[in-house]
Structure formats: C-alpha cells, structure tokens
Design a protein around this ligand. Structure first.
Ligand code: A5P
Length: 239
C-alpha cells in the first residue's frame, strides 16, 4: 500500500475508533482491545478521560495495559469485576451477517477471548479490508497451546484438516504469549463450517483457545471511505 493509502485507511480507522470510544459511559467496566485500531480507540478514551469521563478498563494485553496507564486510564482486574459492560476490540477477519471473527494475529487471542466472553456488549472495529466471504481466506487461524507437547497438538491439528501448522516465531525463537504459551498458526484454507472446526480444535489436548470467535461479537463498526457502517449480530438484534 502507498503512504497515501495507509494514511487514508488510518483516518478511516480513527473515525470508527472515535465512534466506539464515544459509547463508553461513566462508571462502566470497559474491555480494551489489542492492535492498531484498538490503540486508536484507547487514545480516544484517553482524551475523554482528560475531559472527565470516569470508567475502569480491563486490558487484553500487556501492551494495551501500558498504553492505557500512560494515558492515566484506571485499570481493574477480573478479581474485582467479572462482568464487562462494553468490550471494544479489532479483528483480523470478519464474516457477515453472523459477525464471526478470526483474531489473534497480535498474539493476544486468549485474553481477548476471556474479555469478550465476560462482556455484555462486544463491539468490534475494523476497516473494510477485514470483511471476507469465508473465515480463513486471508488469515491463519491462531491456536494457543501449552508448550509441553505442542508437537502432538500440531499433529492433531493436521489430522483435522490443517494444511500447514507453524509455531509463531519472534526474534528470540518460538514466540511466547502473555500467558507463557505457544501459538500455532494453522492454515485451514477457506473454512466452510466454522462451528465444526471450532469444536474440533477445542477438543485437542493442550489447546487453550483458538482465534475463531463465533457468536461473540454483538456489534461491528466498519470504517469505509464513505464513513462508518454499523452491523448488529443476528442473535443480538432483538435484545
Ligand atoms: C490481536 O491479537 C488481534 O486479535 C487484533 O485484534 C487484530 O490483529 C487487529 O489489529 P489491527 O486493528 O491492527 O488490524
């Protein structure tokens, strides 16, 4: 992408991030997502905090925690609050109309999923490049797995249909999550039946969570060049 295109996309993401941050109200417990779009949203919340808004954040990663702290935002933890009023996070892929997601390219999928599962409202913010016809078409499915015996889990992932399974690496070798685990990036090709795949992955011994977030998002904001499009999940439209 050219510099101009990147700048344009960032401006669009900023509009969606601001719209999401505007939904936070005084006294709320707020899930703070991870990734570049969430970082913009946290910045916007920092600006609202300066104007006097008071809420408590539960971050989905050490990175987002650090950013929120640097803006003066008060953080809390599940030991004190097990219900989140509104969680706001990005995604790597989204399908419509179900709002099924792939998340975890940032490595924070497990904490992101716990936060989403505790949330009354789970709002996802993306730019339009994230909308796909089938999950798995552009992103691998990250699977967080315990370090002991991950090679066995990798074999089982291949047995249920993964075309390739690669442990995520960083400069120091195999990447470790904030929870000390490993991520296996699995290419399943286009996923025709996400629910079936989700439960097959979940049954593998050692798997903590997969990056398939099904039936979790309640709302979606999509940043486009014409403005922000809003979608509600079919199962939450009548609430
Ligand atoms: C983090 O683990 C991911 O689930 C992020 O939500 C995802 O990578 C989105 O990041 P961007 O907002 O930078 O696209």
């Amino acid at each position: 992408m050219s510099d101009v295109a990147v700048q344009k996309k960032n401006e669009q993401k900023r509009v969606a991030a601001k719209e999401a941050a505007a939904l936070v109200e005084d006294g709320m417990i707020v899930g703070l997502g991870t990734g570049s779009t969430s970082a913009m949203m946290i910045e916007e919340l920092g600006a609202r905090w300066k104007q006097g808004l008071r809420f408590k954040g539960i971050p989905t990663s050490e990175k987002s925690a650090e950013q929120a702290r640097s803006l003066g935002i008060e953080l809390t933890e599940f030991a004190k609050h097990q219900v989140i009023d509104l969680a706001i996070d990005g995604a790597d892929e989204v399908i419509l109309p179900s709002l099924g997601l792939v998340k975890g390219l940032g490595g924070a999928l497990f904490r992101e999923k716990i936060v989403a599962s505790a949330a009354k409202r789970f709002l996802v913010i993306v730019d339009e490049s994230k909308i796909v016809d089938h999950l798995g078409s552009t992103a691998p499915i990250p699977v967080e797995i315990t370090p002991f015996g991950w090679e066995v889990g990798a074999l089982h992932l291949e047995e249920i249909g993964a075309i390739s399974v690669k442990p995520r690496m960083d400069r120091n070798g195999i990447f470790r999550t904030d929870n000390g685990n490993i991520i296996l990036d699995c290419n399943f090709g286009r996923i025709e039946e996400p629910y079936t795949l989700f439960s097959k992955i979940a049954k593998i011994v050692g798997v903590i969570e997969s990056g398939l977030f099904l039936n979790m998002a309640t709302e979606l904001l999509v940043a486009t060049e014409h403005g922000v499009d809003t979608y509600l999940s079919p199962s939450h439209q009548h609430h």
